[in-house]
Design a protein around this ligand. Structure first.
Ligand code: GTP
Ligand code: MG
Length: 171
């Protein structure tokens, strides 16, 4: 049969934002795990869409592991950046990490697509995806295609829209 094009994607964002939960939901149901624990270091995951075969570097967002992220930047052809929309206290930390990422020499001058998930939309404290994009100043990203989706990774809502956009960017 036809071999799907393989793409490498980095999944980044603070600890507890829902990265592993999102990646897990994108796998076929028989490959999903039930118990998701905080990622140690990183984990390599795979899932397929209609035309692409994704290899995802699901990085730990814990402070002590964030220094690992940059070692994989050269490998990444796209970024999925996950935000806990209900964590207003740490939104500024998420912005700092995003700004550091965008200014990194291995990222800065590349036209990498960035998919943002404003995750945990189901929580009462969650702010809208428009508000998240304002708090992260996403309008300042002018040299890379980006897209933000509101998501509820527990129910799987919003994930398909995001991945469809990413697939469109990577054909
Ligand atoms: P690290 O691996 O530590 O960087 O965290 P992570 O970003 O991979 O987060 P993880 O997927 O482990 O999820 C953290 C917690 O948030 C878990 O208890 C998830 O069940 C929960 N969670 C993830 N997505 C959602 C969501 O959309 N809504 C709600 N209410 N909880 C979520
Ligand atoms: Mg994780």
């Amino acid at each position: 049969g036809l071999k799907k094009k393989e793409v490498h994607v980095l999944c980044l964002g603070l600890d507890n934002s829902g990265k592993t939960t999102i990646i897990n939901k994108l796998k076929p149901s028989n490959a999903q795990t039930q118990d998701i624990v905080p990622t140690i270091g990183f984990s390599i995951e795979k899932f397929k869409t209609s035309s692409l075969s994704f290899t995802v570097f699901d990085m730990s967002g814990q402070g002590k592991y964030r220094d690992l992220w940059e070692h994989y930047y050269k490998e990444g052809q796209a970024i999925i950046f996950v935000i806990d929309s209900s964590d207003k206290l740490r939104m500024v930390v998420a912005k700092e990490e995003l700004d550091t990422l965008l200014n990194h020499p291995d990222i800065k001058h590349r036209r990498l697509p960035i998919l943002f998930f404003a995750n945990k939309m189901d929580l009462r404290d969650a702010v809208s995806s428009v508000k998240v994009s304002q708090l992260l100043s996403l309008e300042n990203i002018k040299d890379k295609p980006w897209h933000i989706c509101a998501s509820d990774a527990l129910k799987g809502e919003g994930l398909q829209e995001g991945v469809d956009w990413l697939q469109g960017q990577m054909q």
